[in-house]
Design a protein around this ligand. Structure first.
Ligand SMILES: Cc1ncc(C[n+]2csc(CCOP(=O)(O)OP(=O)(O)O)c2C)c(N)n1
Length: 384
């Protein structure tokens, strides 16, 4: 048979019995971000929870302002403010049970503080120290992670291990929109879904990765849609609506706890401040855009709801502000005290058995510090 004859006899056939492995429809996110405040759903929200969220938002806003002020006074090396994103920060902290774990990024100091980490200790790393500053096990808050998205595989590992051990633990990991472009995001979500790990991913889509807008990061319909490719549900929520973020995260955490596997939540929010105190946001965005987001401020949205439902009055608002002022004053006072640092600490906890090179460097530094101490002890005008 000639090749042409063979071709003539060829009958294309479909791949054998192909089916989608799971039905993607239930995994798809809503077409618009889920909202509670100002909608009918708000009537079902627990008044005590709304009041608690409000108090924490006001305190969080003040914390952000105070920490930013401390950078200007040289008390803090850098501060990535979460002003405008407080609803995500606070809801993430409040939604977890005591035994659960939070995996924050560098922007999520507020979530760590709302979960109980000492506000000064939470700033240790940003003060320029070499260590985390707080005991991650005390409140089950992993170290604030500066390398983008590296906290995500950590969260999956912890959640998977807990499940294997039969421990009732859910991990909630926070990441920015820019972080979703990292390989670690992909690896974490893939393993989480394959293992059905009890983990929830909260993407705070604040519009920018430093100066890079989301449109330059991805052509996906939304970041929540990425969930479908991994085989987990994606949820889209108004990230400035504290009640909505809390509800969506609570559902996802409950699902994870019940063995239902991971969820990816995308919260649409906006970073009202610059990337950090070292960034000039006017170089890449218009003031008018910022102003439209000020109209959709998380504190404003919740305050309107509470007021409309008679759940807060002027005294209540003042009490929340006074509490936030006292919180900021305490932070200021404690941050204005010089920390006592021992440079020799640099060598502690590196290896159980220090390497010869480290021992050599340690000896050099010790000699230098001793020489300096001797010099300082000499009477003025001594043999210098
Ligand atoms: C692995 C890695 N690459 C690059 C950086 C530098 N970097 C720091 S913040 C940032 C932008 C992150 O944006 P996004 O994830 O949206 O978080 P946001 O800062 O907006 O909270 C970049 C690229 C880093 N920290 N880690």
């Amino acid at each position: 048979m000639t090749v042409m004859e063979q071709r003539g006899a060829y009958r294309p056939s479909p791949p054998p019995a192909w089916q989608p492995r799971t039905d993607p429809t239930p995994l798809l996110p809503d077409t618009t971000p889920y909202r509670v405040l100002g909608t009918e759903a708000a009537a079902k929200a627990d008044p005590a929870l709304l009041r608690r969220l409000y108090a924490e938002l006001v305190r969080g806003r003040r914390y952000n302002a105070q920490a930013t002020a401390l950078t200007k006074q040289g008390r803090l090396a850098v501060y990535p403010s979460s002003t405008g994103q407080e609803a995500c920060e606070v809801a993430a902290a409040l939604v977890l049970q005591e035994q659960d774990w939070l995996f924050p990024s560098y922007r999520d100091t507020l979530a760590a503080v709302a979960r109980g980490v000492d506000p000064v200790q939470a700033l240790t790393l940003l003060r320029g120290d070499w260590h985390t500053g707080y005991d991650p096990h005390a409140h089950r808050v992993a170290p604030l992670c500066t390398p983008l998205a590296t906290q995500l595989p950590h969260a999956v590992g912890l959640a998977h291990a807990a499940r294997l051990k039969g421990d009732d633990v859910v991990a909630l990991a926070l990441v920015g929109d820019g972080g979703t472009s990292e390989g670690d995001f992909h690896e974490a979500l893939n393993f989480a879904a394959v293992w059905q790990a009890p983990v929830v991913f909260l993407v705070q889509n604040n519009g920018f990765a430093i100066s890079v807008p989301l449109a330059k990061q991805t052509a996906a319909p939304s970041l929540a849609h990425k969930a479908v490719g991994y085989g987990m549900p994606g949820r889209l929520v108004d990230g400035n609506d504290a009640a909505a973020v809390h509800e969506v995260l609570a559902d996802a955490v409950a699902r994870a706890r019940a063995g239902g596997g991971p969820t990816l939540v995308e919260a649409i929010t906006y970073r009202l401040d610059a990337h950090t105190n070292a960034d000039d946001a006017t170089r890449y965005r218009e003031d008018a855009e910022v102003e439209t987001w000020r109209e959709h401020d998380p504190i404003l949205l919740l305050e309107r709801e509470l007021t409309a439902r008679g759940l807060i009055d002027e005294d209540g608002i003042r009490a929340a502000r006074d509490d936030a002022e006292a919180f900021a004053a305490d932070l200021r006072t404690r941050m204005n005290q010089d920390p006592h640092l021992d440079p020799m600490d640099l060598f502690a906890h590196v290896y159980a058995e220090p390497t010869p090179q480290l021992r050599e460097q340690q000896a050099l530094l010790r000699a230098e510090l001793e020489a300096e101490a001797e010099l300082a002890a000499e009477p003025e005008g001594g043999a210098r």
